[in-house]
Design a protein around this ligand. Structure first.
Ligand code: NOJ
Length: 562
């Protein structure tokens, strides 16, 4: 169960901390209320100013930009109409090149979102494809005749609601879309499609980008016979998509071939990374398939354990142990709490009994994320303790891609977790650098307290805790590379684990109890009593302490064997 203590390679995407930027709401450089590339450039120093002793920067190693390509924005960029250009909303190719140069100058790698399971229906490829059955792009998408009775070609559904088939009068055929009808799926059986996307990948690698996050990377390939998916017996999920076994429209064997080819393209270049939007199922016994049997697919697959977990030590520990178990020894896990598709973790995890302790929970969650084995991903604003904005008026919602389900019910929009980054207490949280323009989505009303400027100035803030944690992690081989081993067995109200290399041992203690725990943290079976504090909510960093036999409420202590 204990995985090797040293990685086989020493790659930036293994030791680094990756920060996801949602460009529409990170920073507005041109004062039009919508985030853009110039805004990001102006805020790079906050992310990492290149000075290891900086008092003001977060200190992350890479940014992942949600899509910035040309798009009609039906799915806010996840519907691309030109892969080789920047959406004017965000700026120009020259702005992007400047962002790349400025990021690299500070030691920040840049990862782009590669959205190629589908294009926008405005993409010239689709415009050509839909025009007739015999043009040169005719089979670049998934076209099928109606059934003889005029019905949809099969029972495949859209993840965003309703059937996955939309009729096109020009061709008298249906096309398939895993997501919105404006996002037709590409036909990955077609070698010309593969070639075109490889060219896209090379275009951005030639510019110097450091890797890609592959959007919807499990649904590239589809059954060539378009067989019906079987239904899941007894399943009654509100999203009908989840009531099917996706035998024929997801995770097909050919999907691996497609990702292997991406990997080959990536390997024509030095030191680039492939990250997949995978849903590693914790019921799996092995996650090798995501990395490839010969370590020839994704460098980093996402698993959604934490987004789908309650804030509960036993539950979280089970998920961590499962991930340790299913990750092959030669492979590298990822860890994340939040992204642009799900409610922010503090909104998910602060139940009534805990709602007076958001700062403590945010710090405990940060400690968990940044002390586990694997590459941590942060989502913009989580380092401030940003929570979902639940007060967005209906006429200001921007998430238009999801559609009503068969029951007529709309899934909750994703806007709450996409509101503007809270920079300071200027109008709209300084999103437009002082310009008083209405932002794309309304700022959370807590911005006068929860913002970068205020939190940098407050020693005990969530932001300063993240900053310290990041430095502690970067300075510790055990936290970066070491094995993970739990010291407690559920039921316990604390997590206690060791991260170890041959030369370093770090003990991590996280208390979930907000009053005296029912069971004391004793008998950790450690032969070592004296520990140096790396970071703690209880002890002064640098002090030497005895192994605590109990923890104060919400205590986080990261200790180094002296
Ligand atoms: C996954 C992305 O994360 C989500 O935001 C998007 O709507 C779908 N893929 C479709 O591209």
């Amino acid at each position: 169960m204990v995985k090797p203590t040293t990685p086989t390679t020493n790659k930036w995407w293994q030791s680094g901390i990756i920060y996801q930027i949602y460009p529409l709401t990170f920073a507005d450089g041109n004062g039009d209320g919508t985030g853009d590339l110039r805004g990001i450039i102006q805020r790079l120093d906050y992310l990492n100013d290149g000075n290891p002793n900086s008092e003001t920067c977060l200190g992350i190693d890479a940014i992942w930009l949600s899509p910035i390509n040309k798009s009609p924005m039906v799915d806010n960029g996840y519907d691309i109409s030109d892969y080789l250009d920047i959406c004017p909303v965000f700026g120009t190719l020259a702005d992007f090149e400047e962002l790349l140069t400025e990021a690299h100058r500070r030691g920040i790698k840049v990862i782009l979102d590669l959205v190629v399971s589908h294009t926008s229906n405005q993409h010239p490829w689709f415009q050509a494809s839909k025009s007739s059955r015999n043009n040169d792009k005719a089979d670049w998408y998934l076209w099928q005749d109606p059934q003889p009775n005029g019905q949809f070609p099969n029972n495949w559904l859209s993840y965003f609601g309703g059937t996955g088939w939309t009729y096109c009068a020009e061709r008298e055929q249906y096309y398939f879309h895993t997501f919105n009808e404006n996002q037709p799926d590409l036909n990955w059986q077609n070698p010309a499609v593969r070639q075109a996307i490889h060219d896209v990948i090379r275009f951005w690698l030639d510019k110097g980008v450091d890797g890609f996050r592959l959007d919807a990377s499990s649904v590239y390939s589809k059954d060539p016979d378009f067989r019906d998916n079987p239904m899941k017996y007894g399943s009654s999920d509100k999203n009908a998509y989840n009531n099917q076994h996706h035998l024929y429209d997801k995770n097909l064997p050919e999907n691996h071939q497609i990702i292997q080819e991406f990997r080959q393209v990536i390997e024509e270049y030095d030191d680039r990374a492939l990250i997949g939007e995978t849903f590693i199922d914790s019921r799996l016994y092995d996650s090798t398939i995501f990395y490839g049997n010969k370590n020839n697919e994704l460098h980093l697959p996402f698993g959604f354990e934490f987004p789908f977990s309650p804030w509960h030590p036993g539950y979280l520990q089970r998920e961590i142990e499962k991930k340790e178990l299913i990750t092959p020894a030669w492979a590298w896990p990822t860890q994340f709490l939040d992204n642009h598709d799900i409610p922010r973790h503090l909104s998910r995890w602060i139940e009534c009994s805990l709602c007076s302790h958001p700062v403590s929970i945010a710090k405990a969650a940060a400690a968990l994320l940044l002390t586990l084995r694997g590459t941590p991903f942060l989502y913009y604003g989580q380092e401030l303790g940003m929570v979902d904005n639940m007060d967005i008026p209906a006429d200001r919602l921007q998430d238009r891609a999801v559609v009503a389900t068969e029951t007529g019910e709309l899934p909750p929009p994703r806007d709450g977790a996409r509101t503007p980054m809270q920079w300071d207490d200027l109008p709209h949280a300084g999103f437009s650098f002082g310009a008083n323009v209405t932002p794309w989505l309304p700022v959370h009303k807590n911005y006068t307290e929860v913002n970068v400027k205020a939190e940098l100035a407050a020693p005990d803030s969530i932001l300063n805790f993240y900053r310290q944690l990041i430095r502690v992690r970067q300075g510790s081989d055990a936290l970066k590379w070491g094995s993970w081993k739990t010291l407690v067995v559920y039921p316990h109200e604390q997590l206690a684990y060791l991260r170890e290399t041959a030369t370093e041992t770090v003990l991590v203690l996280i208390n979930f109890a907000y009053e005296k725990p029912l069971k004391d943290l004793i008998d950790l079976e450690l032969d070592w009593q004296r520990w140096t504090v790396l970071l703690s909510t209880r002890f002064e960093a640098g002090h030497v302490v005895d192994l605590p036999d109990n923890l104060v409420p919400f205590e986080v202590s990261i200790l180094n064997k002296v």
